[in-house]
Design a protein around this ligand. Sequence first.
Ligand code: HEC
Ligand code: HEC
Length: 291
Amino acid sequence: MNRLFAAAMALGLALSAGVAGADPKRVILPADYDPATYLLYGIHNRPDNGQVRYLYANKVAAEGAKRDAALPNGSVLVMEVYKAKLDTAGQPVVGADGLFQKGDFLQYSVMEKQAGWGADFPATLRNGDWNYTVYTPDKVNKTDTKEEACLACHLPLGKGADYVLSWDELVVKVRGAVPTVTASTAAAGAGDVDRGKALFTRCSNCHTADKTSKHKVGPNLGGVVGRPAGKAPGFAYSTALQGLGASWDEAKLDAWLAGPQKVAAGTKMVFPGFAQGQDRADLIAYLKTLN
Ligand code: HEC
Ligand code: HEC
């Protein structure tokens, strides 16, 4: 079989396979990947699935996040996923720093962005130019990774957060200070529940909304409106939130969503805040529907 014929065959096969060319093989866990030289910008306890996850950015991504609204080509984000170590009662062992202690190392989840890479995917699934894969702990690329599942879960973050679930944390980390909301507008009357629900994608990385769901990085928010702050059973709050002594009425939530650090200095909630009063009002309207 001549080379041209073989190439034509391969192309035909790729096209008949539906989503053409989804190719996790090209996402590389960089040879220089070393947790000591990459920027560690977040550590997430995941009580919902008994994991603890370490989030790292390569230099291109860390530099880009300082200035730009999206990360540059060449950005690589690596997430190390561990099982949490369990105590004899089967509960995660929590260190003095509030973090779940690491048990078995499960995998590296990797996303990489290069010019044109997104073109492999239909517009309804495409995450800009990000591609995704998983590496085993001994650094073998799991080329059978279902990239469509990664894309679907990261997609709702949209362009505003460059499809990165931990976008706010990365930005807060590299820009030094938590951006303070200076020109914050007053909360504007009644909120729009549907818009609030859409804005909740900025929260759902860390919070579940359904009362029956488990805590994630942050406490479950079902029934949060009117609840005393820092009191959801089974969640390890910071001392800042435990000692707040407030209830989440609308005014308190409005202040919290404008800048959590201003309400409870030292809180573990890494979120820069919404400057627009309308955004906060819409989100609060949605939170009320969870009671
Ligand atoms: C069920 C939804 C879901 C799916 C599916 C998913 N992710 Fe994520 N991903 C998350 C969440 C949530 C985070 C934030 C870290 C955390 O709290 O666990 C995250 C974070 C990441 C990060 C760190 C950067 C960021 O966006 O915050 C990488 C890298 C990543 N995921 C790669 C992958 C890869 C590779 C796949 C497919 C194999 C994948 N993800 C599938 C939900 C998902
Ligand atoms: C990066 C993860 C993260 C994101 C994103 C995030 N939160 Fe949080 N949130 C937390 C953590 C962690 C806490 C616990 C804070 C502490 O203990 O200091 C928390 C606490 C809260 C509380 C207090 C709950 C209680 O029981 O006292 C509310 C309300 C809240 N978050 C709402 C939101 C909303 C609404 C959003 C989206 C706009 C959001 N959070 C985004 C991590 C996050």
